[in-house]
Design a protein around this ligand. Structure first.
Ligand SMILES: [Zn+2]
Length: 129
């Protein structure tokens, strides 16, 4: 029984079996689950959504900070010149590992994660020619 994408994000476990570790570090991950054999990194562009989620959050952050600064009359404060970019990069960097785990859990929830069949044996090298 697969668990929720939120639990995958929090535990970093395989979203299909809940036992194997999907991640070997904050961002690095195993190519397949040690327990159930599910392949984690299947296609080109698999992680596009994981990059998009922190970007969306960063956009809301920037708009919120600037709206608050505008509402409080501090929109011309020079500190905004460094606070907005530094805090945005920090939030994006902090969110990306969670986002990557959440994205993997979503793929598990949607049924796009599955183990590959055993690879066919290599054909014997042909001699000659
Ligand atoms: Zn697994």
């Amino acid at each position: 029984m697969a668990h929720s994408p939120v639990m995958s994000a929090l535990t970093g476990r395989c979203p299909m079996c809940d036992e194997g570790r999907a991640f070997s570090g904050p961002l690095s991950m195993h190519s397949r689950c040690d327990v159930c054999g599910v392949v984690f990194d299947r296609d080109e562009g698999f992680w596009t959504g994981a990059v998009t989620l922190p970007y969306i959050i960063a956009c809301f952050w920037v708009v919120s900070v600037l709206a608050i600064a505008f509402a409080t009359g501090r929109i011309m404060d020079p500190a905004l010149g460094w606070f907005v970019p530094v805090s945005t990069v920090a939030i994006t960097g902090a969110m990306y590992p969670l986002s990557k785990r959440f994205w993997l859990g979503l793929y598990g929830e949607w049924g796009y994660l599955y183990p590959d069949p055993e690879p066919a044996p290599e054909p014997a090298a042909s001699s000659g020619s």
